[in-house]
Design a protein around this ligand. Sequence first.
Ligand SMILES: *Cc1c(COP(=O)(O)O)cnc(C)c1O
Length: 341
Amino acid sequence: MIIDLISDTVTKPTKEMLAVMMNAKVGDDVFKMDPTVNELQEKVANMFGMEDALFFPSGTMANQAAIKLHTQPGDKLICDKYAHVYNYEGGGVAFNSGVTCNLINGNRGMFTAAQLEDIAKETPQIYLPFTKLVCIENTTNKGGGACWDFSEIKKIEKITKENNLKFHLDGARLFNAFVAKNETPKQYGQLFDTISICFSKGLGAPIGSLLLGSKNDIEQALRLRKLLGGGMRQVGFLAAAAIYALDNHVERLAEDHKKAQEIGAVLESVSYVTKIEPIETNIVIFYVDEKIGADNFINTMKDKNILLTPMGEGRIRIVTHLDYTNEMHEILLKELKNYQK
Ligand SMILES: *Cc1c(COP(=O)(O)O)cnc(C)c1O
């Protein structure tokens, strides 16, 4: 048995999800004729209280389309130094949109309204890149699944409005934040111009993301998705998985969070772990004694069929998910406890 804790993207569709997928009603979505895709888009737009939504093959493509529709080449966007749009999308902001990133030195992937204010208030000059967009991420990936304080997001939104900036949320793991902080989609729908969400992370679908926004923005996003090669045909089979995930896999995220806490408690108790980042959702980031070293630790665990990810600078990441069973959890906790014995 392999205990794969590399990411919450490693899950496979459950039997029930596969059954729903196989029975989906489909049509050609490029002609907007796939009833299941239409149902998903409408369902999620209503859930967030936003005008419209568009299905994408990946979160990266949804984010990239959003950035493209809010900017012109030569502009800049503002994001945290840990942002996925900056670090993990292949430099797509430059490639697709010709924009640069003004990075904020935040805490665990999150910055404050005060940090944003100085940059946002900059007087435009012909020699400066124009600031058009602020992107935040909730939960933060490189920040270890950290959740934003909603009141801080509200303050940031106010600054974006005052300075005529667009506001995008990379919500690849937004449902983890909803469950952890008892928040609702509508709270978020009110604050952002566009929001991307992923079904292929904690929600356990094999593929799929959605971009939410105004009618006008989503109409533009449709054109951009086509340009990026993301116009798909009988994709209702995948949208069915996303609908199933929304109906059945949201509340259970609490189980992933509980397991992450229990892993954290064991890591607290062993002497070879030197630091653990605060655990808020399903991501655990920790450091082991330099004498052991992150790579060596990861390799030793790999020999025991337990897969973990190095995150650079000695950081080791564990992500809990739908396919991480109670049985696997017991084995992992035991192996962590016994590591140096
Ligand atoms: C996973 C992820 C994405 C999208 O990734 P894809 O692999 O392209 O679906 C975007 N933002 C964050 C924060 C993520 O964790």
